[in-house]
Design a binder for this molecule. Structure first.
Ligand code: DAT
Ligand code: MG
Length: 176
């Protein structure tokens, strides 16, 4: 027995075990919750070609009609360096220069959307990258001009949705 301890060692051990069990359970609940939120959000942009042609309202209506909830929204503009950073994954592609010049040409609308399986659901709503291959009724089929100027961006994975949302919004601007 350690005389310096004000409470018996077994009481300390039992208390510590209890706290650890409680925190582990708590952590698991938190992780499950975080995973659920992650698969329910996507990051999207209404691109310069669509904002320039006054299509923001139409596209937001399509988004609303498809059952997405807006969790963050703003009109903003990318500098050429920000466009290069955002699309850095495509930096080796032949269209990188065209893409980054286009995306920094004029304002965009950036948003975080929520729906079950948001990433795949939003990509279904926008259709193929190339509007001539985009299904009837999809946003790109209705509004896109070309493969480059294709009106909307949608994240391609839960991980990228998080990275892209954090690129454009601070934590307090995303209302989950
Ligand atoms: P998506 O936006 O459907 O995810 P992506 O990630 O392959 O398509 O490409 C990103 C953007 O780059 C795309 O929305 C438009 C542009 N882009 C892709 N391929 C292109 C091409 N062949 N010519 C010009 N721009 C292109
Ligand atoms: Mg993509």
């Amino acid at each position: 027995m350690n005389d310096n301890l004000p409470v018996p060692i077994n009481v300390i051990v039992i208390t510590l075990k209890f706290i650890m069990k409680f925190t582990t359970n708590d952590l698991n609940v938190f992780i499950r919750f975080a995973k659920k939120i992650m698969s329910n959000i996507t990051f999207i942009m209404i691109k310069p070609d669509a904002v320039e042609r006054g299509l923001t309202g139409n596209i937001l209506k399509d988004i609303n009609d498809a059952g997405f909830n807006i969790r963050a929204l703003k009109l903003t503009k990318l500098s050429i360096d920000e466009a290069k950073m955002f699309y850095s994954i495509h930096s080796e592609r032949p269209f990188f220069d065209e893409l980054t010049k286009f995306m920094s040409r004029s304002p965009i609308v950036a948003a975080v959307l929520e729906k079950e399986n948001a990433v795949s659901e939003f990509r279904k709503l926008i259709g193929d990258t190339d509007p001539s291959n985009a299904k009837e009724g999809t946003i790109r089929n209705k509004y896109a001009i070309s493969k480059g100027e294709n009106s909307v961006h949608g994240s391609d994975s839960d991980e990228n949705a998080k990275i892209e949302a954090e690129f454009h919004f601070s934590g307090r601007e995303i209302l989950l």
